[in-house]
Design a protein around this ligand. Sequence first.
Ligand SMILES: Nc1nc2c(c(=O)[nH]1)N[C@H]1C(S)=C(S)[C@@H](COP(=O)(O)O)O[C@H]1N2
Ligand SMILES: [Mo]
Length: 340
Amino acid sequence: MLIFNPRRSDPKPSEITPKDTYLNRRSFMGASIGTALGVSAVVTAATMSLPALALATRKEPALAGPDWLKQQIASARETAYGTDDIPAPYSAITNYNNFYEFGYDKDDPARYANKLTTDPWSVEIAGACENPGRLSLEDLLKGIDLEERIYRLRCVEAWSMVIPWIGFPLADLIKRCKPLSNAKYVQFQTLEDPKQFPEQRSRFSTIDWPYQEALRMDEAMHPLTILAVGLYGEVLPNQNGAPLRLVVPWKYGFKSIKSIVSLRFSETQPTTTWSVLAPKEYGFYANVNPDVDHPRWSQARERRLPSGLLSANRVETRMFNGYADEVSSLYKDMDLHRFY
Ligand SMILES: Nc1nc2c(c(=O)[nH]1)N[C@H]1C(S)=C(S)[C@@H](COP(=O)(O)O)O[C@H]1N2
Ligand SMILES: [Mo]
């Protein structure tokens, strides 16, 4: 039951102002950024809808998080991942979210995420591995070399954004856990705490909390799969899944589970929130695939946000979200229409 709510609160082109400090630090294809800014200048406050104005004027989130984490994030190194894509503006990435624990509207997470406490935080390692136990976030990140990855995020609802994450390969953590040879999958869970998440208190919620996701072990070990702790060079805002969230760029966004509190290794395929809720609509694999439509809409194209009044900014959806060179070998003998 992903709520397909086209355009209701999409970021508007007036927001095409990627974080200034960030752009000063890095130079993404200068020419295209110039063009994007030129377009946005055409749209003034007078032509903006009220919700767009509200979005554009909303304050940036206060970033919680311990000092050691802020320092570690600030010293993340740049990488070549995705530097030909122009990142979406910070305000779009942090005000247009899916985080159903906070509500079903795109602006609910930004509105309510300040209720979440992310420090102290710990992650339980469980299941088929040699090193089960509980790791504080600090221990989990000790000695980890954080890096920037600019990835496209393609939601199953047919919108997408380019997001500059700070994180590290999930493989680095998995190796430390020493999975047993029979571990074929890894399952993740989001924090369950009805005091902090309004939808977990709701009697009308159709989701069986906590939110759960899982990957096959080879997907989890793939170098593109990261755990993110930062965004635009700073601590992850709560609405984006602080303090630790998964990012799997070739899969639909719902695989990229937020605010993770546990990893469990298993021999059999774990259940996952959306595949239980609507198995005909959301599969376990959820690989971005323009040839396999959602039963209720086409997946051939997507709205690259921010889109706006003058242009819906529709782009063709690419196989594996454009990461086919890196990941198609993982699925070479599989019928992707059957294993959607
Ligand atoms: N715990 C949790 N994780 C979640 C979700 C959620 O509702 N709860 N939504 C998913 C969906 S559908 C998408 S598209 C992405 C959105 O990530 P973003 O808000 O950081 O862009 O988060 C994913 N992770
Ligand atoms: Mo999504």
